[in-house]
Design a protein around this ligand. Structure first.
Ligand code: DQA
Length: 154
């Protein structure tokens, strides 16, 4: 099982970007922790980050060729991007949306997610541990789905 870990704009700055909101862990520390969780769960992960909406759209579009699901923090594009929503819907892979901060407790414009409705679910407000929960939830979902398919239970 292969999972794509995708991070959107400005998340390469984690650790020094608004630490009171996003914590002090860098993106590479978060990715390192996810590699440990992936090893524990017996899955492979690949971690990517881009500030470019079109690049994220391309990666999501190509994902079904190589991945079984995506953990995705679309960052600010969450609140603006119909293109990312359509990419997720079109890829047809289960996606768990992650936000480090509780977007519902912040500015009004952060309460709307264009992407959440086409995702399997959303985890927010649990800090950087949210990535770990998201990976575990996604793998659990994929494993139980493949068990159901193997036993022809739908
Ligand atoms: C974020 C929340 C977004 O509103 C913001 O634009 C980000 C990070 C989060 O992880 O809490 O860049 O996605």
């Amino acid at each position: 099982m292969r999972i794509l870990i995708l991070n959107g704009p400005n998340l390469h700055l984690l650790g020094r970007r608004e630490p009171e909101t996003y914590g002090r862990a860098s993106l590479s520390q978060i990715e390192e922790a996810l590699r440990e969780t992936a090893a524990e769960l017996g899955v492979e992960i690949e971690c990517r980050q881009s500030n470019w909406e079109g690049r994220l759209v391309d990666w999501i579009g190509e994902a079904p060729e190589r991945f079984d699901g995506i953990v995705f923090n679309p960052a600010a594009y969450t609140h603006t991007s119909v293109a990312l929503r359509d990419a997720i819907a079109g890829a047809g892979l289960p996606v768990v949306e992650v936000h480090i901060s509780n977007v519902h407790a912040r500015e009004e414009f952060r309460r709307r997610s264009y992407t959440a409705a086409v995702c399997l679910g959303q985890i927010c407000g649990l800090g950087t541990a949210g990535y770990d929960w998201a990976l575990r939830a996604l793998v659990q979902h994929l494993k139980s789905r493949s068990n159901r398919e193997a036993t022809h239970e739908y």
